[in-house]
Design a protein around this ligand. Structure first.
Ligand code: GTP
Ligand code: MG
Length: 172
């Protein structure tokens, strides 16, 4: 499956914890192109899992995203992006820099994400968190277009995620 992405865009990965966002990002982009919420929580709070640091972490993430876009650099945001207000911050930064916001949704079964989460040492939350995220994801699918995402790719299941290739669209 070919995913068309404008060569200068802000790409928001969207998916529940354990859906494979960070794995997908590492496969398709250089580390410096990917701004992850974990990294920025670590930067501002010394703890990638400190949810109370999210607000400060996203402030800094948006700031860096803006600097990158101003310099004409494709930027990928590796965060769950399951809440409308979280995505609104990204659409705003993209618009401020006349850049197209793109969403790539990784839609995996809740049961698979939970299996993976249990095998991880860097995540300790319970099943109900995954369930809530999955509900948020279902709701998100119907909201992305009206929020301003100009390109929306939805990858359903592990096979589509594994087969995905990015194709860059020239702007001019
Ligand atoms: P959060 O950062 O918690 O939101 O999760 P994430 O969406 O970034 O998921 P991540 O990429 O960290 O993947 C979660 C776990 O699933 C990791 O242990 C990965 O190694 C594993 N995983 C991710 N993608 C795949 C895949 O395509 N195949 C297999 N076998 N494992 C995968
Ligand atoms: Mg991750």
């Amino acid at each position: 499956m070919i995913l068309d992405v404008p060569e200068l865009s802000l790409v928001a990965l969207v998916g529940i914890s354990g859906s494979g966002k960070s794995t997908f990002a590492a496969r398709h982009w250089a580390p410096t192109q990917v701004l992850s919420s974990d990294f920025f929580r670590g930067l501002v709070a010394d703890d990638e899992n400190d949810q109370s640091a999210s607000s400060d972490a996203f402030d800094v993430l948006h700031y860096v995203a803006g600097k990158r876009l101003a310099a004409g650099r494709l930027t990928v945001v590796d965060a769950t992006n399951l809440q409308s207000h979280a995505r609104a911050g990204l659409v705003k930064v993209a618009r401020e820099h006349d850049v197209l916001p793109t969403a790539i949704v990784l839609d995996v079964p809740e049961s698979l994400a939970w299996e993976r989460t249990q095998a991880r040492t860097d995540r300790t939350f319970g099943r109900q968190v995954i369930t809530r995220m999955h509900r948020d994801l279902r709701r998100s699918l119907g909201q992305l277009a009206k929020e301003g995402f100009r390109k929306i790719h939805v990858l359903r299941g592990v096979d589509e995620i594994a087969a995905a290739e990015i194709r860059y669209e020239k702007l001019f």
